[in-house]
Design a protein around this ligand. Structure first.
Ligand code: LLP
Length: 461
């Protein structure tokens, strides 16, 4: 592994607007990362609006905007919903919480696609109330619940085409052995289509298949399309049902390290279109309108996380640990999936690289490692700023409060202006849900600073 101290070497994994100041500081969206860190604190997620917009547009260059549903699970907050709306995209939500975020942002409900393998009746009521445009049916129980919730919406049936995408097993979803959707092999998907066609007040418009995430080899999509075409020939024979929409989910990978290459969304969509024409044409079926649900490939490269180094532990002949002020609470992906990232010093981009070090977090666990082997300058020390690129997807959205560490702030940067889009959590936020043994609010107003900012008026809840 060579040095990554120069901007050019890292360009492929940094936001499009990344630059270096004359003083060797990282610049994103025209903002100096060192100044951002001192103004907003660390760890700090820096969100480059221009990169998000450019990645979204690389999809809309190939598909009409409403056929591209940004997958909110990758990173969702009110400002991102607004941005997605401004770009004219649809929005994929997969829980009542994500739906509530979209509603709070005023996102047009007709462009919301509601997913989830275990949507509750309450969630389906909320979907009915907000008027979501599409619900993706995932189980037979849900088909009953959709009818009971009185939804008046368009429906898709989610199928698992029995395809194994080459990615981490936790993020494979297209194979037969999956908690998601209806398998094509055992007749259950046909049954689902039959029942979905009978739900009063709803219209079955399409099928959905999402085969996995962080996919770099697109061949899995070809096989999925082939199997879907065969299945649709069967739904046509049995029920006269030919979907007008085919939603192939998300999944396109994003490079987190310099040795990976991010597939181009427009080229990937073109390849999928080609496969659709080939497979549907060969069975004399009309080609459905293609829809996709990219999350990672839109938001992944849009963010970097900036941490402050607190301690450096050098164990001669063994390893050097560079401990930063975040870790597995703001990015659990290395611990959970063995995900690899790169890092460099945002305050000294021109410093020569040194030997390999391990960047670890501040949590009480040896597995709290962000990057096992990365070359940072030899004299890396407390106070330096470590920047980890490509942290936009599934980092903040999977952030947690392990060890009661508050979640970071997120600032959106564009044209030299930074705006807080998610405020940093505080210890008060962490205590907000705690109650004493007798169920009362903690603290006593006369001696508790921890109550600052807490609403203590309701001691009964
Ligand atoms: N549509 C559906 C139905 C999905 O389940 C997903 C992701 C997407 C779209 C978006 O996929 P993307 O374009 O972002 O790959 N936490 C894991 C990723 C889990 C993906 C879950 N579903 C990670 O950190 O890698």
């Amino acid at each position: 592994m060579s040095s990554i101290s120069s901007l050019d070497e890292m360009r492929s994994i940094l936001p499009d607007s990344a630059d270096t100041s004359s003083g060797g500081h990282l610049i994103v969206g025209g903002c100096d990362a060192v100044e951002l860190a001192s103004e907003y604190g660390t760890p700090l997620v820096v969100f480059d609006r221009a990169t998000f917009e450019a990645r979204a547009r690389s999809y809309t260059a190939a598909l009409e905007p409403a056929s591209v549903a940004y997958a909110g699970k990758a990173f969702l907050c009110i400002a991102i919903c607004q941005l997605v709306d401004e770009l004219g995209l649809s929005l994929d939500v997969c829980t009542g919480g994500e739906l509530a975020t979209a509603v709070a942002a005023g996102f047009p409900p007709e462009r919301i696609v509601f997913h989830g393998n275990n949507k509750s009746l309450d969630e389906l009521h909320a979907a009915a109330e907000s008027g979501v445009g599409r619900v993706v049916l995932d189980s037979l129980e849900e088909i009953e619940r959709v009818a009971a919730a009185g939804l008046r919406t368009k429906l898709l049936v989610r199928v698992t085409p029995g395809v194994e995408a080459h990615t981490h097993e936790f993020v494979q979803t297209g194979q037969e052995d999956s908690k998601f959707g209806f398998g094509l092999g055992d007749g259950i998907a046909l049954e689902a289509v039959k029942r979905a066609l009978e739900i009063p007040g709803c219209e079955l418009v399409g099928l959905h298949a999402h085969i996995g995430s962080q996919i770099f080899e697109l061949a899995a999509f070809d096989l999925a399309i082939q199997r879907l075409a065969v299945f649709i020939a069967e739904t046509q024979d049995r029920f006269g049902f030919v979907p007008s929409e085919l939603n192939l989910g998300g999944g396109l990978g994003v490079a987190h390290t310099r040795d990976e290459i991010t597939p181009d969304p427009a080229a990937s969509v073109a390849r999928i279109h080609h496969a659709l024409r080939r497979e549907f044409g060969s069975l004399s079926l009309p080609v459905p309108r293609l829809a996709v649900e990219p999350g990672r490939s839109i938001v992944g490269a849009s963010c970097v996380t900036v941490y402050r180094v607190g301690t450096v532990k050098r164990i001669p002949g063994v390893r050097t640990y560079v401990a930063v002020d975040g870790g597995m609470s703001d990015n659990i992906r290395p611990a959970l999936y063995g995900a690899r990232y790169e890092a460099f010093l945002a305050n000294r981009m021109d410093a020569p690289p040194g030997p390999r070090v391990t960047v670890c977090g501040k949590h009480c666990e040896s597995g709290d490692v962000l990057i096992k082997d990365v070359h940072l300058p030899d004299d890396v020390a407390a106070g330096d700023l470590v920047c980890v690129p490509a942290t936009g997807a599934y980092t903040y959205s999977m952030a947690n409060n392990y060890n009661h560490v508050p979640r970071p702030a997120v600032v959106m940067v564009t044209d030299g202006t930074a705006t807080t889009i998610v405020v940093r959590e505080t210890n008060e936020d962490l205590l907000r849900h705690d109650r004493r043994l007798d169920g009362s609010m903690p603290g006593n107003p006369s001696n508790s600073q921890a109550l600052d900012g807490l609403d203590i008026s309701d001691s009964s809840s």
